[in-house]
Design a protein around this ligand. Structure first.
Ligand SMILES: Nc1ncnc2c1ncn2[C@@H]1O[C@H](COP(=O)(O)OP(=O)(O)OP(=O)(O)O)[C@@H](O)[C@H]1O
Ligand SMILES: [Mg+2]
Length: 411
């Protein structure tokens, strides 16, 4: 099960391997979430209720209990750093073995991390064997010196503990924490995009999280502390309606790209406090939404540019998250970014019903996909060409848990 505890909703997605060893989604459950602010739990009770409801709904749909649970983490407290390590190849005949690869990754992750942070992911970007650069998988190559470049993602220990706490108190065990945007990227990005270099922009309720891929691996991540909730808030103030009404108007009639809005289109704004309902031009609604969305995109661009990484985005920008459902989002983003933009939704997974093939479910679906890959080998029976049944063999548990995962996830 993948569990995405967002600022606006909690989604639980249950997946199972079918008889052909292919992951299929069997259940999805969603519940409103009110206990988080900007991706951080501020109310344990509200969050655990939301988790319990979402999981219950997913279990009901799937007809099974969720056994293994991967939970997403995000927000401003997540940080990514690039690091490198070097080791001498020790294998017979200088042939690079799995243990050399494990050692070099260990060396690369040996950076000083503050006490209040923990490592969530160590993802190999590229290997260098002697002077040969850009190697994806150095296993069995011959060399003297093995170097690894990795991306290390760390999160705040207390934030993670609070998330685990909520899930535990809702009655479930957490088997792994995964960066939300990494999970989304799994669900929506193509291998080509990651290879070329692309920017994933997850437009959530409380935050907008970005993850930059370069040469097939994550390179930079950041979180902008503004999301769809700000857009709703602006509407609520300017149209003088409560937040839930503003949210409905935004979803039903919103647009963030003026050129798409018909000049004489009208939107009905329900009356509040005895006032009669009112008709306002849809252009006025869009006029409130557009500047805020534009600001979010500008902040994203600034964050990436300030690091000097904008030039790495050769495969375009992919928008996802609930905010990507806003009509005109990709067009507005294209105006701000000046490079190709598309909207990404989870699609490459079986069993997912249409309703959930939406950008709002990228994270939850990605979590179940990543979780499933971590579990795959032992359970999956592969069918060799001879037709004979054979269990897929895996390396020693420890190694598989470590590096095996990374390779499967990213190469
Ligand atoms: N059809 C729609 N049109 C416009 N905006 C939408 C639509 N559906 C959802 N949204 C907006 O998307 C946002 C929620 O996105 P999402 O479900 O990805 O957030 P979340 O994962 O709960 O939050 P976060 O990732 O910030 O913790 C809300 O602000 C909501 O208003
Ligand atoms: Mg989210």
């Amino acid at each position: 099960m993948g569990l995405d505890i967002g600022t606006s909703k909690t989604s639980a997605v249950i997946g199972e391997y079918n008889e052909n060893g292919i992951l299929e989604i069997t259940g999805v459950g969603v519940a409103p979430s009110t206990g988080l602010r900007k991706g951080v739990v501020v109310n344990i009770e509200a969050t655990l209720q939301s988790v319990a409801k979402a999981v219950e709904a997913a279990e009901l749909m799937s007809g099974r209990e969720a056994k293994v649970c991967y939970v997403g983490v995000a927000g401003a407290n997540v940080e990514g750093i690039n690091s490198r390590g070097v080791v001498a190849v020790t294998g017979k005949g200088r042939e690079i073995s799995q243990s050399d690869i494990d050692r070099v990754i260990e060396a690369a992750r040996a950076v000083v991390i503050p006490m209040d942070r923990e490592v969530l992911h160590v993802i190999p970007q590229t290997f260098i064997v002697d002077d040969q650069k850009g190697i994806r998988n150095p296993l069995d190559m011959i060399g003297v010196r093995l170097e690894a470049e990795v991306h290390i993602i760390t999160g705040s220990v207390t934030t993670a503990q609070n998330i685990v706490r909520c899930v535990n108190r809702a009655g479930f065990k957490v088997d792994g924490l995964i960066l939300q945007s990494l999970a989304s990227s799994k669900a929506v990005l193509s291998a080509d995009e990651k290879e070329l270099g692309c920017l994933l922009v997850d437009l959530g309720g409380g935050t907008t999280d970005v993850l930059l891929f370069s040469d097939g691996a994550p390179y930079f991540s950041a979180s902008v502390g503004a999301g769809g909730a700000q857009v709703t808030n602006d509407l609520s103030i300017i149209l003088n309606v409560p937040m839930d009404t503003a949210e409905r108007i935004k979803r039903d009639s919103g647009s963030c790209f003026m050129p798409h809005v018909e000049i004489d289109d009208l939107v009905v704004v329900p009356g509040v406090g005895g006032r009669p309902p009112q008709e306002v031009p849809r252009a006025r609604v869009a006029g409130v939404i557009q500047p805020r969305m534009e600001e979010i995109f500008r902040l994203v661009r600034e964050r990436v540019e300030s690091m000097g990484y904008w030039r790495l985005i050769k495969g375009g920008v992919v928008l996802t998250g609930g905010g990507a459902l806003m009509p005109g989002a990709a067009d507005l983003a294209y105006e701000v970014f000046g490079i190709p933009v598309r909207t990404g939704a989870p699609a490459a997974v079986g069993g997912l019903v249409e309703e959930y093939r939406s950008p709002a479910f990228s994270t939850a679906v990605g979590l179940v996909m990543m979780g499933a890959e971590r579990l795959a080998p032992e359970e999956v029976e592969t069918r060799p060409r001879s037709g004979e049944k054979q269990k897929q063999k895996t390396k020693s548990g420890a190694i598989r848990k470590g590096l095996g995962d990374w390779f499967k996830e990213f190469f």
